[in-house]
Design a binder for this molecule. Sequence first.
Ligand SMILES: [Zn+2]
Ligand SMILES: [Zn+2]
Length: 504
Amino acid sequence: MSKSPNPMIRLIMFTSEDCIYCPPVESIVKEVVGGAIGELIYVNTVDVDENPDVAERYNIHHLPTLMINEKVVLEGGMDDDSVREILWNTLLSLAVANKERMEKSKQSLLHLAVNSWESLTGERMLRKTVGDFIHLGPYQLTLLSLYSLDPLVPGILYQAGYQMGLYGLMHHILSILEPRLGMTTKRMKRLRFITEALALYFSDKEFLPTYIAESARIIYLSDEKFTIEISGLASGSMGINVGEPMCDFTAGTIAGVTEALMGTATVGVEIACAANGNNTCIFEIHIDPPSPQNIRRSPEVEDKLAIRERRLNFYESIHSLTFKLENSYFMRKRLRPSVGDMVHISALQPIVLSIKMMDDYLASILFSAGRELGIFGSGKALLYDIVERNYPEASLPVDFNIGVEVFLKYMTHPTTYLANEWGIVELSEFDPQRPNERILSIGDYGAIAGVPNLGMPFCDYLVGFITGRLAVIIGEEPQVREIACQGTGSAVCKFEIKKAEGSD
Ligand SMILES: [Zn+2]
Ligand SMILES: [Zn+2]
């Protein structure tokens, strides 16, 4: 078994050049992180003078400040032993909790794999109202907004893909696509059959087509490495250059399934991506590499200024992608000419699920990503159009109760349905007893349909989207809460929408 490909505990140390208490604390951090627990921890040092906006966002008033997973654990100078004790206690308990959560996440991902198998073989439809394919628009916009919010997201998606590859059903599918795979144990022969099966898998239009890609071919193969080129991969085919590779999930999946079939540690990295100026996506897969840590793509957050630029760049990308997607929705120009722009929901679900399951902080970025898309994403022209047609007296922003009706018309508009993102959407009647409160029900939401009962509401991203979009419509953010979810056994997801308190 390979080492964990990415650290899941985030330690941020705030320092400055003049801080005299900082160097001793920093050296203890280095000592702890240099030990066995180090591979679980991602350390980021922030100089508050160089990054006043970051310091302000985290509300930093003392130096040094140590935050672990967004919680302050140490402020100001302290003796060495106390620093050591605080660090060890916090980190060890987190490492244990992470392990439990990862286990549950692994089980859920396997459940998703079984679901997608049943859906693709026609045994069971996960979404009876709208079918099991969504437009790749919502899929790509979800990815873009997540990548923009946290530089750790690429590593998390790699990890999720890796688990899917390792424990899911893909190795089974590969063995069906290339039956000779089961007949040899010779390393080189086996590897050749795996690569041939992978090329078939990503080109599949007949056996169990998810339309995750258009086609694939192997461009290099040796006994320690192979290179696979994939055209029209759903996560990369945006028709724009977003400035970094976007297919970490697939890199992880290929590495995981190769590891499952070869029985040796495998690491994958995307060396060129269609979302980053290349025509296709190219993955290099290393089998049993001597130093896996040097190969994996680590989040590039060392350079703090880059975080801000990266985010601005992503906003621009979301904007440009919107135009490309409109052309695709209305069939003017497809992003993927040969297979079209619909993709099976099994491409989207593991991404949302793995982020939701990772930890509470990351679950909260699903909300933020949805909210940003609600505020900045496409479809505003449609909102104006809906208001103009239905409420000729009014103009945006409108009052709360007209606003939620406008939102309902937006969610159920034929052009919105071109993305096939959800099934039936309904709004509770106006209740004079509760004039500032409505319930919105959404059935067969693509990210959740068929997902096992996780014991928690799942649709943080949708809660964020409803919040952001309604903020545009009524001019202020309402309070939105998911009160029933398909992810906890409810037939549909229900969202309570309340007018912000203290406003009228
Ligand atoms: Zn790519
Ligand atoms: Zn839900």
